[in-house]
Design a protein around this ligand. Structure first.
Ligand SMILES: Cc1cc2nc3c(=O)[nH]c(=O)nc-3n(C[C@H](O)[C@H](O)[C@H](O)COP(=O)(O)OP(=O)(O)OC[C@H]3O[C@@H](n4cnc5c(N)ncnc54)[C@H](O)[C@@H]3O)c2cc1C
Length: 386
């Protein structure tokens, strides 16, 4: 039995109703247009479903219990609305402002983001720098009392909708490749242009864009945290980002399992429900077991995170396993749906296409293995059983 508070269960019910009435009915249109209407952020903000964690003075509830976020992520997946990146805005990017911004920046940026009037994105990836962020070429250099941003970013989620983009640039590229700085680039700043809204295999409703920066004058007041510490800040943010990914992927896997379970009970083959075939039963039993084990692990990490004890290694294990099992479940789901699984009118089809990216973004499966193996062969390695 999962231990959510009454307040959290109320949030789950209210948010589910919001998704059912305000978001889910529009998802097909959002997929066709390649972007979610901005008004969805505003409506969610009005009802308190965006940033829950900021203090009341910034418009939030002031409760940083990660289980609120877990509920938002799980319900978004269950209602088939995962292409609306509420959590990217609310938790992933918003946290950078909270943790690394100063008081003036929190006051300036957070309230409008809590209300959904302004939308957030984070831009790290470049055409030649994804897994290897140290390879980025974008520069952010001090000049006459301000900073000048030059470079380009790609695959940026919320890239078209975003009003505030946290951009990483190198502040001392000649001497130190890890010397990065984060800044907030605002819609309308001179020299900030958006490129294509990229056409993708899945996640069609999510605007994923190219961004270009040409001599963008960034005021000192928009520098987040200390100059040169950006790489460290990004690494700090990545553990939570991977937990967010893990919560989403395991919720997706369970949702795909449930859709498939219903389908195989209704679908008749050779005169009997598909669920009566031993192949179906064994495959579904395997998935139920694998998903449940991971649900428990993810819940454990959520609790650890609430205690401030989530480390990069555990987050990497969760991200690796949940995204791989999600993929396995979706492949099975499509297979058991037969031809119907290949038709976009069946949710399993859209989920299959969307989930393919989850083993790539927020650190690919290979990068997760790199993190885990570094720990295994370090002098400080201890297994959980020691
Ligand atoms: C839909 C979508 C949304 C995204 N949203 C954002 C966003 O909002 N903000 C943002 O900054 N970025 C975003 N990204 C970018 C994403 O984080 C990167 O695509 C990801 O980090 C991989 O980088 P890459 O594409 O450059 O691939 P590469 O790094 O070139 O990787 C190519 C392959 O090489 C493997 N590989 C890389 N290094 C190693 C290694 N050392 N050992 C073994 N194998 C290795 C990878 O695992 C992968 O299989 C998004 C991407 C997508 C597809």
């Amino acid at each position: 039995m999962r231990n959510f508070t009454e307040e959290q269960n109320m949030l789950r019910d209210a948010y589910r109703k919001f998704l059912e009435s305000e978001v889910a009915p529009h998802m097909d249109r959002f997929r066709e247009q390649g972007i979610v209407d901005r008004v969805i952020f505003e409506k969610a903000g009005e009802q308190g479903f965006l940033m829950i964690w900021p203090d009341e003075q910034y418009g939030g509830m002031g409760d940083s219990d990660f289980r609120f976020e877990q509920i938002i992520i799980e319900e978004t997946a269950r209602q088939g609305c995962g292409e609306w990146f509420n959590t990217l805005h609310s938790r992933l990017v918003g946290s950078y402002i909270q943790h690394f911004g100063n008081e003036e920046q929190r006051q300036r940026f957070l309230p409008s983001c809590v209300k959904g009037e302004k939308i957030l994105a984070i831009a790290m990836t470049e055409p030649d720098a994804g897994s290897d962020l140290a390879g980025m070429r974008t520069t952010l250099k001090e000049e006459d009392g301000h900073y000048v941003l030059n470079g380009s970013k790609t695959y940026i989620s919320n890239g078209i909708n975003a009003d505030y983009v946290i951009v990483a640039g190198k502040s001392d590229p000649e001497n130190n490749p890890h010397s990065m700085t984060l800044c907030v680039v605002e819609r309308g700043m001179e020299g900030f242009e958006r490129g294509r809204n990229l056409d993708k295999m899945g996640m069609k409703a999510q605007d994923t864009a190219e961004l270009f920066f040409s001599n963008v004058k960034v005021p000192k007041e928009n520098i987040l945290g200390e100059v040169g510490h950006g790489f460290f800040y990004l690494m700090q943010g990545l553990a939570e980002e991977r937990l967010i990914a893990a919560v989403g992927s395991i919720a997706n896997a369970r949702h795909a399992f449930n859709l498939t379970r219903t389908f195989v009970q209704e679908r008749k083959v050779f005169g009997k429900p598909l669920s009566t075939k031993q192949n179906t039963q064994f495959k579904m039993a395997e998935m139920d077991a694998e998903i449940e084990v991971l649900e428990v692990f993810v819940d454990h990490l959520v609790a650890l995170h609430n205690e401030g004890k989530l480390d990069a290694n555990k987050a990497a294990k969760a991200k690796l396993q949940t995204t791989e099992i999600e993929w396995k479940m979706l492949d099975l789901g499509v297979q058991l749906h037969g031809g119907a699984g290949y038709m976009t009118e069946y949710p399993i089809c859209n989920m299959f296409c969307g989930a393919r990216v989850n083993r790539i973004l927020a650190g690919s499966s290979e990068i997760m293995k790199l993190i885990i193996s570094r720990d295994i062969f370090s002098d400080t390695y201890t297994s959980n059983l020691d």
